[in-house]
Ligand binder design. Sequence first.
Ligand SMILES: Cc1cc2nc3c(=O)[nH]c(=O)nc-3n(C[C@H](O)[C@H](O)[C@H](O)COP(=O)(O)O)c2cc1C
Length: 203
Amino acid sequence: MTTLASPLALDDAALDLLFRDARSVNAFAEREVDPAEIQAAYDLLRWAPTAMNTSPLRLAVVPRGRQRERLASHMSEGNRAKTLAAPLTVVAASDPAFHTHLDVLAPHRTGLAESLEPQAERREGMARTNALIQVGYLVLALRSRGLHVGPMGGFDTAGVDADLLADQGWRSQLVLNVGWEAAEGGIHPRAARLEASDAVAVL
Ligand SMILES: Cc1cc2nc3c(=O)[nH]c(=O)nc-3n(C[C@H](O)[C@H](O)[C@H](O)COP(=O)(O)O)c2cc1C
């Protein structure tokens, strides 16, 4: 099979930045990350697809200080110190009330918001699934801006929701430490990945 590259395809340097050289970072060199970077990353990821354009991802940016300490208290033991130390931390969450935006996000789906309103459980499931898809886009959006990410699922989600996200009613899904550069020893040895032949089946 001959593959003809699209003239729009990213070059190898961009693919290295996004995928091949990108690593999950546990400890960052000291260089401040402006919370505006998270807004800029959101401005990119928001264009990537979600079911019915529901766009349920919400991001709580947690600078160092009192809020970071509160967040760290809900992290699992192994994730606590690095969350306290990171230049910037983001709680990626889903919004079960995403349907209240559907008049803007899905104006062609008349009556959808009204039909979802009483279906809290369905909305929570839709929000979780689509927010997680958007978290993947977030990682790539941050990398595309030259930032490094340390994603962590090891934390008490109910504790974070009650302690930090109660006002918004958001449900935490993943905590991401963000920085410009890894510190010495801040990256584990790279583990192998599956070969495409083990993960892709042409039916
Ligand atoms: C959904 C998710 C949850 C993760 N949870 C944790 C975690 O709780 N603690 C941790 O140290 N790393 C966590 N990681 C980091 C992964 O272990 C890491 O991304 C993976 O081993 C690949 O590492 P690499 O990008 O350096 O190749 C998580 C990553 C993802 C995507």
